[in-house]
Ligand binder design. Structure first.
Ligand code: GTP
Ligand code: MG
Length: 226
């Protein structure tokens, strides 16, 4: 949690898109920016090098106001996937409330996916977050490409973990919103347990997810001025 100021009535939640280099983290955010209505979100900030590789992070903010008046900002970050940017990945992970791990579906990327997931677990521990408790969803991106790992193989790999799994093509624009909505749901469940979003702020799981992704059909929730 980046900030929770009960007097000012402000909560700032942090979600992080993690994964190996070139798996499509930045493309996921660009897709969310294009597909979700602008009423509940701010502008996408993309910090690229000349070769379109993230060196710091990208940021897409979303806003809602709970029935209690609590103004909630959800900051969605990407990390740079290249191995050499580990210090930046660690910095971006700090105080994360939820993580979407974006894997590359191509068979030749399986080792990079596994290495990056191990790196996520190590960095979570280093920044004081419990990998077993942190809300997590996994997305296998680039399903539009040839030479990809079959779905049932991926499902068997992750089934024991119980982590929600999604298949997507951020380039074609499918699977991306589903992944984000699930990340919002699992993050809400965790935050509700600690901050009583439902009881104290009248904010249900559905209102939270819907208020952030389709604000025009969520009467009673307004864009915050955060
Ligand atoms: N075919 C295909 N290409 C994709 C897809 N998603 C992303 N790409 C491409 O993969 C390349 C890398 O995408 P990025 O979104 O920049 O990857 P990233 O994970 O942010 O990479 P880093 O910032 O280096 O960690 C770009 O050329 C994208 O257009 C997809 O679903 N299908
Ligand atoms: Mg990137």
């Amino acid at each position: 949690m980046i900030e929770y100021d009960t007097e000012a009535g402000v909560m700032v939640i942090k979600l992080v898109y993690y994964g190996p280099a070139l798996s499509g983290k930045t493309t996921n955010l660009m897709c969310l920016h294009d597909l979700l209505p602008c009423g509940g979100r701010g502008n996408l900030m993309v910090l690229d090098t000349a070769r379109e590789r993230t060196i710091y992070f990208d940021l897409l903010p979303f806003f809602i106001t709970a029935p209690s008046g609590l103004r909630i900002k959800v900051k969605v970050f990407t990390v740079p996937g290249q191995v050499k940017h580990d210090a930046t990945r660690k910095a971006v992970l700090q105080r994360a409330d939820g993580v979407a791990f974006i894997a590359d579906s191509q068979v030749r990327e399986n080792l990079n996916n596994a290495t990056s997931f191990e790196n996520l677990e190590q960095n979570l521990a280093l920044v004081g977050l419990d990998p077993d408790k942190l809300p997590l969803v996994i997305q296998y991106n680039k399903r539009d490409l040839p030479g990809i790992t079959p779905e049932d193989e991926i499902r068997s790999l992750w089934r024991p973990s119980g982590v929600p799994l999604f298949f997507a093509s951020a380039l074609e624009g499918w699977g991306v919103v589903d992944t984000f909505e699930c990340l919002l749901r699992v993050t809400y469940a965790s935050l509700d347990g600690r901050y009583c979003l439902s009881e104290s702020h009248g904010l249900s799981a559905q209102a939270f997810t819907c208020g952030l992704t389709c604000p025009e059909v969520s009467p009673g929730l307004q864009e915050s001025s955060l």
